[in-house]
Design a protein around this ligand. Structure first.
Ligand code: AMP
Length: 190
C-alpha cells in the first residue's frame, strides 16, 4: 500500500509517519528529511537548496522528484511507502502517479490532516525555540504556510477527483489522530 500524508507544515505528518513505519513496516519517504540530510552532508545538492529551504520556499520539482524516484525501489521492497511532504505541487503529483504507474503501482489513499492556521501558529510558536530547524521561525513559517496554501492545497481537488482523499481531524492529540488514521486504513481494506 502507498499512502500520502497530506497537510500544512507542522500538522503532525512526520510524527504520524514514524508511527506507521513502526506499526506497519512501511518506508517513510520525506523529501524534507532527504533535503536536510543533503545539507548536513555538505553535498552539491545541499548547497543548492540550503537558502531556499531556510527561507521557507519550495525547492524545484525536478530535485524532489529525482529524490523520490531514487527511493521508490526500497519502499516497494518493504511493501509500501508513506509519502510525507511530497507531493507539494501538481507537477509533483502527476510525476508521482507516472512513476508509480511505470512500476505497476499506485497511490491507494491520501490522508489529509486538517489543522486550522491559527492552531498551527500556536503549535509552531512553541517549537521555534527548541526545534533547531533554521526554517522554524516566524518569517520562514509564514512563507511555508503561504507555499502550502498557494501551491499544495490545490492538490486536494486532484486527489478528490481520483476518489482517494480522506479528511481527518488533525487538531487532537497524537493518539487521537493516530486512531483516526488507523480507522481510515481499516475501512480501506474492508
Ligand atoms: P518539510 O520537512 O516537509 O516541512 O520540508 C522542509 C522544506 O524542504 C520545505 O519548506 C521546502 O523548502 C523543502 N521541501 C520539502 N519537500 C518538498 C517538496 N515536495 N517540494 C518542494 N520543496 C520541498
Amino acid at each position: 500500500m502507498n499512502l500520502i500524508l497530506f497537510g500544512p507544515p507542522a500538522a503532525g505528518k512526520g510524527t504520524q509517519a514514524k508511527r506507521l513505519v513502526e506499526g506497519r513496516k512501511m518506508v517513510q519517504l520525506s523529501t524534507g528529511d532527504m533535503l536536510r540530510a543533503a545539507i548536513a552532508s555538505g553535498s552539491e545538492l545541499g548547497k543548492k537548496v540550503e537558502g531556499v529551504m531556510q527561507r521557507g520556499e519550495l525547492v524545484t520539482d525536478e530535485i524532489v522528484i529525482a529524490l523520490i524516484e531514487e527511493r521508490l525501489p526500497e519502499a516497494e521492497a518493504a511493501g509500501g511507502a508513506i509519502f510525507d511532504g511530497f507531493p507539494r505541487t501538481l507537477a509533483q503529483a502527476e510525476a508521482l502517479d507516472a512513476m508509480l504507474a511505470k512500476r505497476g503501482a499506485k497511490i491507494d489513499v491520501v490522508l489529509r490532516l486538517k489543522v486550522d492556521d491559527e492552531a498551527l501558529m500556536t503549535r509552531i510558536a512553541g517549537r521555534f525555540a527548541e526545534s533547531g530547524r533554521p526554517d522554524d521561525n516566524p518569517d520562514s513559517f509564514k512563507v511555508r504556510l503561504g507555499a502550502y496554501n498557494d501551491q499544495t492545497a490545490p492538490l486536494l481537488p486532484y486527489y478528490q477527483g481520483q476518489g482517494k482523499l480522506v479528511e481527518l481531524d488533525g487538531m487532537g492529540s497524537i493518539e487521537s489522530v493516530a486512531a483516526g488514521i488507523d480507522q481510515a486504513l481499516a475501512k480501506l481494506k474492508a
